[in-house]
Ligand binder design. Sequence first.
Ligand code: BG6
Length: 500
Amino acid sequence: MKTNEKPAGLIMIFGATGDLAKRKLFPSLYRLYKKGRLSDRFAVVGVARRPLSNDEFQASVKASVESAIKDNGELEDFISHFYYHSHDVTDSSSYLELKSMAEELDTHYSLEGNRIFYLAMAPEFFGTIAEHLKADGLTDVDGFKRLVIEKPFGHDLESAKQLNKQIRKAFSENEIYRIDHYLGKEMVQNIEVIRFANAIFEPLWNNRYISNIQVTSSEVLGVEERGRYYEKSGALRDMVQNHMLQMVALLAMEPPIRLTTDEIRSEKVKVLRAMRPIEGDQVRDYFVRGQYGKGHLNGQEVPAYNQEPMVDEQSNTETYVAGKLMIDNFRWAGVPIYIRTGKRMAAKSTKIVIQFKDIPMNLYYQTEQTLNPNLLVIHIQPEEGITLYLNAQKSGQNIEATPVKLNFANKGIDDMNTPEAYERLLYDCMRGDATNFTHWDEVALSWSFVDKISDVWENTRAEGFPNYESGSMGPKEADRLLEKDGFFWWPVTDLDVEQC
Ligand code: BG6
């Protein structure tokens, strides 16, 4: 796709006084500005309910950039591009005021009528806002118009369809940028490169050579202040429907014929279509749910999930999910892909472990040595890199093999922090590159997979909740899920990549 590397444009952020805007969006825009990736012809309108003057808004943008970034020269110049509109999302007259503000800025900064509408706020208003943007004329522009929409995209397939219908009245599919911030992470983007740019991996990337794949995304944080949202969502909707399945799609897809948005998406969609649906009684065999109890983390006692603010003491909501996915196609038939994600676990870590099959014959049997399998570990966060586990001769011996690691640590090589996911995604959206955003077909297929599991979980009380201690790696049943197949979870903390 041909993209304009520095387009002029107006970015309207709905939810500009919220957490996401402050923690991620303002600092990311600032980084783009500092790197010269924003044209001087840009303006940002912060939109939110509370009354604020432009000066007050600029001061809050400044404060959020300062708290995120130490080296913050040219900040005054940057914040001079920020404006504020106090808004009522259901009132047309408020949209008309916003429209005339946008038109003035358009002229003032020569923005060529390019507009990005970023919805960083409560999802119940997504549809209403999109409809008003069209009805009140904000989408009648000479340039491009794009809608950036945060998760959750619906609560299940039905509500997602409904929402999609509403936003499609105002924006076409290729104008909709559905954010999955995992797709902006350096090492998630690297999955494709590792697979498709290396002659040594792609030939082995199938059921002849891979025994199983493990994708872990563990968090130390609990549910914090998000109890109200989380009670209705749980880990399945919050993490599996989007981030986990997106990583699986990238790991399992066929090589696209070209690296274009459409080709990549169409390969990912095929993976999601080939995923074996798990429903009814099968859910118990393929999935494990957990909820954290109290425990200790970093030397401090932390409360159980059901004692968190806005959470029901009898809550049936899962804060942990482990599952076994089967992709029923030629490449992957018979290879389990295990996923697990949870809150209040022992470590913050997102890692992918690809375990290769054992070699056909162990020549080191005289020493009664079982050989370690070869592993490829992709470290997504907090470290970024890859490690390949091989067996080599133990020094001084000639019949003993010992495991060795080949490490590539991203940060060690670049000596700099890789860009924040949001920085990349904002930049991609401005350039009109939708590759790292989720297409409607992916959203729909993921919901349809997840809905069958939540149907069962919502209609049966979980046994023994809370069933894992805060600070552990989740419930014991999750270990049994792999043991049944003769595998075990590779402990993520032992696999840390060493800095080069
Ligand atoms: C979000 C979830 O999408 O991802 C949060 O809503 C979760 O519950 C977060 O904490 C994890 O993101 P990251 O980038 O910290 O792994």
